[in-house]
Design a protein around this ligand. Structure first.
Ligand SMILES: *Cc1c(COP(=O)(O)O)cnc(C)c1O
Length: 412
């Protein structure tokens, strides 16, 4: 949302994303602050009634009320849009409210959606249950099998929604192939770019129409605030989503926008460093006898390793999933709990993208609300552990995991 009548700061064309990440913002105030200002204000004083009337009728021409636009929120939207190579972006209160806004804006009763069967749990629930209440039908297909997406297309298919890599199994889909399927069906492709971030992957360049973000994850990067966004062409973002959020109201608070805008300044450094740590840990986990399987796109053993490397700038990302061995689902779960509970550095928490390493048990947390059948289809087994790797010294995290892994066999 470009709710700012003043010209954009005078940046030259063709800048590298690393430069955009620290430089794109709204114009400075009259005081010339160097760090971005935080406009923590719910409304804006109007110079006169005529101007007020004009701005209420044309929200992009001046700020009036923070639900319809706020300069700190605009700063975040512009910076994120620049990183995604998008014409525009709209900020939302959380990642899930971005998905809600997407559905409210694009779908109507009788429409059909195709999604991966292995995605973030709340996203699956939103499409499978919440949008279903309004007469929108969703078909869930295998993330990695483009032919299955193609086969699910119907005349009323309006949207394909993919997350890549997926949460928690890091399954990768071919964004360009799904874009081609969507477009030949007259549908749109939206990609949740939460795991890769624009540092590793820019879905719009690969043909996606819209990018969804949970700013709560890597974009903030220090586990402080909730945030979300939709990025894409002005046709959708400014013409459909912006007018809708002004009445629907799930806007990003200016304070959270300020935090996440500052987060974007270090995104590139953090994502690359955390991914390098994750690759080292994934290699080590893969040879540990207590572990059944490691899911990490940067490992040659990952089923979509080559696609992931081509699509993600040659970097696997900072999330690893691994399953511990067990003779039954109950034993595998007990052993997974043992590994998690033996950690003294890794936080038992279900966020990701934080500079502090987080460890979680997806089957009982992020995917706990799914039915056992949905969990099976998503491959979220009871022995599965998700590790969202941070910036700690790798041998320290390795020792923290080894404490539980080395003693797993003692868990009946
Ligand atoms: C966390 C997450 C979301 C939801 O974002 P919130 O900010 O928690 O609402 C959506 N997609 C993925 C892949 C996520 O990890």
């Amino acid at each position: 949302m470009n709710s700012d009548s003043r010209p954009s700061p005078d940046l030259p064309e063709g800048l590298h994303p690393d430069t955009l990440a620290v430089r794109v913002t709204v114009p400075r105030s009259q005081y010339g602050e160097h760090s971005e200002a935080l406009y923590l204000s719910s409304c804006f004083v109007q110079p006169d009634s005529e101007t007020s009337a004009h701005r209420f009728a044309n929200p992009s021409e001046g700020y009036t009320y923070t639900r319809t636009g706020n300069p700190t929120v605009t700063a975040f939207e512009r910076r994120l849009a620049a990183l995604e190579g998008a014409e525009s972006a709209i900020a939302t209160a959380s990642g899930m409210s971005a998905i809600l806004l997407l559905g409210l804006g694009l779908l109507k009763s009788g429409d059909h959606v195709i999604c991966s069967q292995s995605m973030f749990g709340s996203t699956m629930k939103m499409f499978g249950t919440d949008f279903a209440k309004f007469g929108v039908e969703t078909t869930f297909v295998s993330q990695t099998n483009a032919a299955a997406w193609q086969a699910a297309v119907r005349p009323n298919t309006r949207l394909l929604f993919a997350e890549t890599p997926t949460n928690p199994l890091t399954e990768v889909c071919d964004i360009a192939a799904l874009a081609a399927i969507a477009h030949s069906a007259g549908a749109l492709l939206a990609v949740d770019n939460c795991f890769a971030t624009p540092i590793l992957q820019r879905p719009l360049q690969l043909g996606a129409d819209l990018v969804i973000h949970s700013g709560t994850k890597f974009l903030d990067g220090q586990g402080r605030v909730m945030a979300g966004a939709i990025c894409g062409s002005s046709k959708y973002v400014d013409q459909i989503f912006a007018p809708l959020i002004r009445s629907a109201g799930m806007v990003l608070s200016p304070f959270n926008a300020w935090v996440v805008t500052k987060g974007l300044e270090t995104l590139s450094l953090r994502v690359k460093a955390q991914s390098a740590n994750a690759l080292q840990l994934a290699k080590w986990l893969e040879q540990h006898p207590a572990i059944d399987r490691v899911f990490y796109p940067g490992l040659p053993s990952h089923p979509q390793h080559e696609l992931a490397m081509a699509q993600q700038s040659g970097i696997g990302g900072a999330i690893i999933a691994f399953s511990v061995r067990g003779n039954s689902p109950e034993q595998a779960r007990a052993r997974a709990f043992h590994v998690i509970d033996s950690a003294r550095i890794c936080s038992i928490a279900t966020n990701l993208g934080d500079v502090k390493t987080l460890i979680s048990h997806p089957a009982s947390t992020s995917h706990g609300r799914l039915s056992e059948e949905q969990r099976q289809a998503a491959g979220v087994v009871q022995g599965l552990i998700r590790l969202a790797v941070g910036l700690e010294h790798v041998p320290d995290i390795q020792a923290d995991l080894a404490r539980g892994l080395d003693t797993c066999a003692s868990v009946a």
